[in-house]
Design a protein around this ligand. Structure first.
Ligand code: IMP
Ligand code: MG
Length: 174
């Protein structure tokens, strides 16, 4: 495993994203909709840097069936707060093909938020198949499979405090 972003670098990126979000919304209340489970660390760190009134709502979405290939997409929204007439910020760990974020944005968009925006910790270069672009991005990263800071490979490595590249031989060995 190779470290791509260490703890200090992650902290700086999350700080910058928090500042951009603060300058966009000011003191207005914000409802964060965090896509589980990958955005867990980002949710914890980012939300603690926000000073406006914040509500946290969870939504579950996945396009990955355990491995590194995109599979069918599913969404579970039974843990959602009522977001009608709220400023809503959808949070995800990584923008890869973009299908997950696009599907969640459509789903939440139907819940009649006042405003709807998106933030991702990572934006993977050259992988996108959708026209949607996230409004806030922590880091642009190369097209590598990464784990840690919430991101998993077969549900492992989410607890790493840094972001690491998992090389194909390591993936096959598991
Ligand atoms: P997308 O729908 O292709 O944009 O995929 C987004 C989802 O795929 C993310 O929420 C992640 O759960 C997962 N994913 C994409 N790339 C990676 C990666 O490099 N490491 C771990 N998970 C990833
Ligand atoms: Mg995920």
């Amino acid at each position: 495993m190779r470290v791509l972003l260490d703890e200090d670098q992650l902290r700086v990126g999350v700080d910058q994203m928090a500042n951009q979000i603060l300058s966009r919304y000011g003191d207005q209340p914000l409802t964060i909709v965090a896509i589980m489970t990958g955005s867990l660390m980002l949710l914890a760190d980012l939300s603690r840097r926000l000073t406006m009134p914040v509500r946290v709502s969870l939504i579950q979405a996945s396009s990955y069936r355990g491995g590194t290939q995109s599979g069918d997409l599913w969404i579970r929204d039974d843990m959602m707060l009522d977001v009608s007439d709220r400023n809503v910020l959808v949070l995800d760990d990584i923008f890869d093909t973009g299908r997950t974020l696009q599907a969640v944005m459509r789903c939440v968009g139907q819940m009649r938020p006042r405003t709807l925006a998106s933030a991702v910790l990572l934006h993977k270069q050259g992988r996108q198949v959708v026209s949607l672009q996230p409004d806030f991005v922590g880091f642009h990263i190369p097209d590598e499979f990464v784990v840690g800071y919430g991101l998993d490979y077969r549900d492992l490595y989410r607890n790493l405090p840094y972001l690491a590249i998992l090389d194909p031989p390591e993936i096959e060995a598991l």
